[in-house]
Design a protein around this ligand. Structure first.
Ligand SMILES: [Zn+2]
Length: 629
């Protein structure tokens, strides 16, 4: 196993599932004797089911009285809500999908509420860190990672003598007629030893960097423009005008979001696009850009040819077709004919000139059909395997194709999902501050080059304040009304894009981090207060100033961007760069650069240690860098 992780699987005597007693299946178990005072850091990915919580990392205590269970997978908030509901009411609620004329399908929760800190079940990424003390009082840490994108429950159970970690497949989604052989059950990757949460996070960073497709270390994250600023209100004229402005800005990939297709599920361009998808590709390629297309590859609209000709290919759940994102059905990718159709459609798009595949909605469906090629009791697992087989086949046939995940806002997050995608979004609001928080959350685990940020128009913000988080990492995806941007905005965008390009990196050890800030009460007095650190909790604003930084590069160079809000105007805030990075040991003179103006000045190390004062005369965005002289 890579990077010190070992795979554990199926403690043999604990396979709980049987026909007589339908129940959960224990898949893996690890016992850590003597561990106590344990906490778990839980990464909650963005989901529309908990849209006001946003992307967040929580640290939760585990005690004998308070076991915790992390619920991963594509429907994790809805599943965790149902499990908490059952725990509170002593019920056994099947996982289900909401129904109703007003339901637009992007929400999956049918019972309960999104998880709260005091509850047992929490939606989570397919990895976590655990830290505590051993019998000798030493700090000990554990990192776990799942190689599954369907629903898996990770139990963390403390007793008076230690901690038990186990994975379960819940009865709601996994009750096969026959259990798979032990060695084909999904395992749990674990690494444990002396250390704390930060130690275990570093273990995960190594594992995840080794998991991302190798092309991530070859090409830097691109600059992308996407049409979603117009919603589905697009046509050939608007797309062409959008492409013209994107090309003038130096955009490298232009993606057409939902609205180009005739029907979800069939994947032909609407009749107004001359030459179909190949014609659209020519429009992009003629302007020096690659073409990306949005697809909901696992869905089919009720009016689509595929759904009307092959209703038997649709996923069924609890006896009916599910109505999911934008009122589309799901195709069952665990059913071979449906999977073949989806692969053929995507392959056709790529052969017509698509370079970048942006997929969304429900590619992992739940299906209990007795008429499909999968076991009806293991339909979700079959769907996961089917989806990843489609992506693997596409990659093999088209090695240059790039694949972006925006699964209903950026789920799931696990090793298998990481291995099959070139980037993921962390937030679906398309707003600056939400993207900053998502970049910080993803940045704990993933390279800065792997975390897309959608940028819609936010005219209520000063432009540079809005732009600040987008300059760090990438891909950066422009989503506004580009043809409607005034000339001065386009000029600012050109400068912002130059900063982004200068700092984007393929380095897999580069991460988005919170810049260390201090604020002083009154000029020249007192000691720093409100000092933030790169801890688990995503730091908020210090005196109305928020920031995002890149970890130092090989020579100690580093970028930090800041948004100064009205609350920050006039505050005395300093940025403390990292001065002891490996490539900068002993450097006495540094260059501080204002990336917006290009102004540079030499600064002695001693002065830099006191922090760089930020310009807070007005609400604005700042971009500063330091590098050894
Ligand atoms: Zn099926």
């Amino acid at each position: 196993m890579p990077h010190g992780f070992e795979r554990i699987v199926a403690h043999p005597e604990r396979l709980a599932h049987s026909v007589e007693l339908p129940g959960d299946t224990i898949v893996a178990r690890l016992r850590l004797d003597g561990w106590h005072d344990v906490t778990v850091r839980v990464l909650h990915p963005f989901t529309w089911d908990a849209k006001f919580r946003g992307f967040r990392i929580d640290e939760l205590a585990i005690s004998p009285a308070r076991p915790r269970t992390l619920v991963s997978g594509a429907y994790s908030v809805a599943d965790a809500a149902a499990l908490n509901h059952d725990a509170a009411h002593g019920t056994r609620t099947p996982f289900d999908f909401p129904e109703g004329e007003m339901h637009d399908g992007v929400l999956y929760r049918t019972v309960g509420h999104s998880p709260e800190a005091h509850e047992r079940y929490h939606d989570a990424a397919g990895w976590c860190t655990v830290a505590g003390l051993d019998t000798d009082g030493r700090r000990v840490a554990l990192a776990t990672a799942l190689n599954r994108s369907d629903c898996v429950l990770l139990d963390l159970m403390a007793d008076d003598h230690g901690l038990t970690v186990q994975t379960r497949l819940p009865w709601q989604t996994f009750h096969p007629a026959e259990l798979p052989a032990t060695d084909s059950l999904p395992g749990l990757l674990v690494r444990h030893g002396l250390g704390d949460h930060e130690t275990a996070e570093a273990w995960l960073r190594e594992l995840l960097a080794a998991t991302v497709p190798s092309r991530a270390s070859v090409a830097p994250p691109p600059l992308i423009a996407d049409t979603w600023g117009f919603g589905t209100d697009i046509d050939a004229d608007r797309v062409t005008a959008f492409f013209d402005v994107a090309a003038s800005l130096g955009v490298e990939v232009v993606t057409i979001d939902k609205g180009w297709e005739d029907h979800v599920g069939d994947w032909y361009a609407q009749s107004g696009y001359a030459g179909g998808v190949a014609g659209i590709a020519a429009l992009a390629h003629d302007r020096g850009m690659r073409l990306g297309l949005w697809v909901g590859a696992g869905n089919a609209s009720p009016e689509s040819v595929v759904a009307t000709a092959h209703p038997d290919w649709l996923a069924t759940w609890n006896g009916r077709h599910q109505m999911v994102s934008h009122r589309n059905h799901s195709l069952c990718l665990g059913h071979e004919p449906a999977r073949d159709h989806v692969l053929a459609c995507l392959d056709r798009l790529v052969r017509d000139g698509v370079d970048w595949l942006l997929h969304d909605f429900e590619t992992i469906s739940r299906c209990d059909s007795a008429h499909h090629t999968h076991d009806p009791g293991a339909g979700e697992a079959a769907g996961v395997a089917g989806w990843y087989s489609v992506l693997a086949a596409l990659r093999e046939a088209h090695p240059d194709l790039l694949i972006e995940n925006c699964w209903n806002g950026g789920k799931p997050l696990d090793l298998q999902m990481i291995a099959h995608h070139d980037t993921t979004i962390g937030d679906d609001w398309c707003r600056s501050e939400e993207n900053r928080l998502a970049a910080l959350g993803l940045g704990v685990y993933l390279p800065s080059s792997w975390t897309s940020k959608y940028m819609g128009d936010e005219p209520h913000l000063p432009l540079r304040a809005q732009l600040a988080p987008y300059l760090v990492g990438g891909p950066w995806i422009l989503m506004g009304d580009l043809p409607g941007w005034p000339a001065e905005q386009l000029a600012e965008m050109q400068r912002a894009i130059a900063i982004y390009r200068a700092w984007r990196t393929t380095a897999l050890d580069a991460h988005a981090v919170p810049p260390v800030l201090s604020s002083l009460h009154g000029a020249g007095s007192g000691s720093p207060v409100g000092l933030t650190s790169a801890g688990a909790a995503v730091p908020g604003a210090v005196a109305g100033v928020t920031g995002l930084a890149l970890t130092p590069g090989p020579r100690g160079e580093q970028l930090a961007t800041f948004a100064v809000s009205e609350a920050g105007v006039g505050q005395l805030v300093r940025w403390h760069p990292v001065l002891d990075a490996s490539g900068a040991a002993g450097v006495e003179t540094w260059i501080v650069r204002d990336e917006w103006s290009g102004t540079e000045r030499d600064v002695a190390r001693a002065e830099l240690e006191a922090g760089i004062p930020l310009e807070t005369a007005s609400a604005d965005g700042l971009a500063l860098s330091v590098r050894p002289a």
